[in-house]
Ligand binder design. Structure first.
Ligand SMILES: CC(C)(COP(=O)(O)OP(=O)(O)OC[C@H]1O[C@@H](n2cnc3c(N)ncnc32)[C@H](O)[C@@H]1OP(=O)(O)O)[C@@H](O)C(=O)NCCC(=O)NCCS
Length: 157
């Protein structure tokens, strides 16, 4: 685990970290709010674009720090592979190891379910982050909202 994250966890008890699915109506609202604010609004996408049919079949995770949701992500079956999607860490908490923690949690969930490969569409600014975690860039994927190039990425687990 990232050193600084361990520091946060040990220094201040109220900042204890927890990773789990959102549960209450309020937590689900916060989950989709983060998705919209970080992954849709900056691309000029209209409200509503943060929800997808795959949400119904996905395994969702949120990182709570001191009870406050600061990161989100989901994983679901896509033609026999596990697809990770909608990873976002609140701006104030980026580059502190939480994205890596989220990815490791989703990878654990995929392994437990017996998947052998994880795939994802990496947004151009996040490609290096995924490469650091062992994902291979296999070429251009969809272009979203005419603004952001995505890349097909994958990792055997
Ligand atoms: C991309 C994102 C999820 C990464 O999460 P994070 O908490 O900031 O990343 P971490 O601190 O866990 O970084 C893990 C490693 O990747 C590196 N890294 C993270 N973002 C990076 C970037 N944009 N470019 C290069 N390296 C990066 C870190 O330096 C770190 O390296 P280290 O282990 O050698 O220290 C987060 O920045 C984010 O939410 N960005 C905006 C939304 C987004 O682009 N989501 C992905 C959509 S596909």
């Amino acid at each position: 685990m990232h050193k600084e994250t361990v520091g946060i966890m040990l220094d201040k008890n109220k900042n204890r970290m927890e990773i789990r699915s959102p549960k209450t109506k309020e937590e689900w609202k916060k989950y989709y709010d983060i998705r919209y604010r970080i992954l849709r609004k900056p691309y000029g996408a209209p409200k509503g674009e943060e929800k997808k049919p795959e949400d119904a079949i996905a395994d969702h995770r949120a990182i709570f720090l001191g009870g406050n949701m600061i990161g989100i992500g989901m994983i679901y079956d896509d033609k026999g592979n596990a697809r990770i999607r909608f990873i976002a860490i609140d701006e104030k908490y980026q580059k502190r190891g939480f994205g890596k923690i989220m990815m490791e949690e989703l990878e654990k969930s995929a392994k437990e379910k017996g998947y052998r490969k994880i795939v994802l569409w990496g947004d151009e600014p996040a490609v290096k982050f995924y490469e650091k975690l062992g994902y291979k860039n296999t070429g251009k994927g969809p272009m979203i909202f005419g603004k952001i190039q995505q890349y097909n990425m994958g990792k055997k687990i």
